[in-house]
Write a protein that binds this ligand. Structure first.
Ligand SMILES: Nc1ncnc2c1ncn2[C@@H]1O[C@H](COP(=O)(O)OP(=O)(O)O)[C@@H](O)[C@H]1O
Ligand SMILES: [Mg+2]
Length: 282
């Protein structure tokens, strides 16, 4: 199993970015190219967010390439959700530039989906109608909404629950409905804020694996927030550690996919990366 990885300081990342305009060769140059500015799905440039006198994000720059799975990890309150809210166009920065899918985040909304830790289903709508709602917002015609919602519920194993209401479903099932709703939109960019955090340990492992499998089939770009290191290493192409409103470091993760927790827990590189990331978080 291949397990190449790199851990770099923010300074190294910045100087590499500066260099990347010059010549380069080999895999590193290709990676820089991939993460370069031209075809990035997400571009944050020197973005700051200030609430009164407190600076929540301080000069953050990041890119997400097409089909890249980018994970942001960091302690509670470090600014992870704020970054997602900026990308979703729910928040405007105090300084800096943002581009999403080649346009402003507000204009790009129709092509992205945002999934939260809490399922945020509408209690007065059945599972089927909750999934349809996202499609409705995105302007999908009624007949197609119904068929696509049904299909997505089948795919997350909830075909038989289509006519049930959220209160009739377990937390895990509700989060599956939310996943179906998100996926039904066929987003080019998926924003996910600790989507599995509220689930019990077993359900979390199962849903994460199902989600990874779905992602591997169509590979939309993902910006995924978690504070779970193992989850980050299982899913990410690249992990950025956010610390007190800044990008502290960046790690490229290249374990073969599909990644199985059972295989990776005993992998020396995996354990080493986990240790190093943990020390960076502290
Ligand atoms: N609307 C707001 N007004 C003032 N402070 C806020 C607001 N939203 C978030 N914050 C603060 O910004 C910081 C980062 O929040 P957030 O991005 O939610 O962190 P994370 O998702 O990493 O836990 C926190 O200290 C939080 O209290
Ligand atoms: Mg948060």
């Amino acid at each position: 199993m291949m397990s190449v990885y790199r851990l770099k300081s923010a300074e190294a990342v910045a100087s590499e970015r500066a260099e990347s305009k010059g010549a380069g060769s080999g895999t590193d140059a290709m990676r820089r190219e991939l993460r370069g500015t031209a075809d990035s799905v997400v571009k944050l440039r020197n973005v700051s967010v200030q609430y009164g006198s407190s600076r929540v994000l301080d000069n953050v720059s990041l890119d997400c390439a097409p089909s890249e799975f980018l994970v942001l990890i960091g302690q509670s309150g470090c600014g992870k959700t704020t970054i997602l809210n900026l990308l979703a166009g729910l928040l405007t920065p105090s300084a800096g530039q943002i581009s999403v899918l080649g346009e402003t985040s507000i204009k790009a909304r129709q092509r992205m989906a945002y999934m939260f830790a809490r399922d945020a289903l509408m209690p007065w709508r059945t599972a089927q109608r909750n999934v349809e709602y996202g499609l409705y917002v995105h302007g999908v015609p009624r007949a197609e909404r119904s068929a696509r919602a049904r299909d997505m519920l089948e795919r997350v194993g909830l075909g038989v629950c289509a006519s049930m209401y959220p209160w009739q479903l377990s937390q895990g099932m509700r989060q599956r409905v939310a996943l179906a709703r998100t996926w039904a939109l066929e987003p080019q960019l998926l924003l996910m804020d600790e989507p599995f955090a509220a689930l019990d340990a077993q359900t979390k492992v199962k849903m994460r694996a199902e989600f990874a499998q779905m992602w591997e089939r169509s590979r939309p770009s993902v910006v995924f927030v978690t504070h779970d290191l193992t989850e980050a290493l299982l899913l990410a192409d690249r992990i950025m550690v956010v610390k007190a409103g800044r990008i502290e470091s960046e790690t490229i993760v290249q374990f073969d996919r599909p990644r199985k927790l059972e295989d990776l827990v005993d992998d020396v590189e995996f354990r080493k990366m986990e240790r190093e990331l943990r020390s960076r978080l502290e």
